[in-house]
Design a protein around this ligand. Sequence first.
Ligand code: ADP
Length: 161
Amino acid sequence: MRVIYPGSFDPVTNGHLDIINRSSSMFDEVVVAVLDNRSKTPLFSIEERVELIENATSHLNNVKIDRFEGLLVDYIETMGIYTVLRGLRAVSDYESEIRNALANKNLNNKVETIFMVSKAEYTFLSSSVVKEIASFGGNVKNIVPPNVNLALSKKYKQMEE
Ligand code: ADP
């Protein structure tokens, strides 16, 4: 079975990587699909986000990194993979995740969304929290992979210059 794990991944965190690791041992293939959302300005470009995930998951040979624009259901159709994987952290995730899952189902009845519960230690962790801490020079080395830690310090140093 193949699954699509979509998201912004701006940048990928240990919470995302935990979901990728665990799902890669459950499914034949996990396609991490990075959303290229033209209406939002991410900290990392789409190319940077893809590369950061590629480097952090290079040891997992059934994990592929891809990018998409527009509606997830359209991407799903072009891939021919109808199972969407999402991570669930807290009750706060539940409402928006159910809304998205139902909207996708409504657009294409073949789509099934499955949820994997976050590890307790990553329940607080989001890309926004990481950016907030890193932007003030705080230490994020325990919550992101080493390549992301490096990329964050470079990025904020560049922005200061
Ligand atoms: P989106 O903007 O689509 O929510 P994110 O990059 O924030 O994209 O998240 C992608 C997926 O990873 C979502 O399903 C989200 O719930 C999940 N996720 C994010 N952070 C964590 C975490 N700390 N633990 C588990 N799942 C997470």
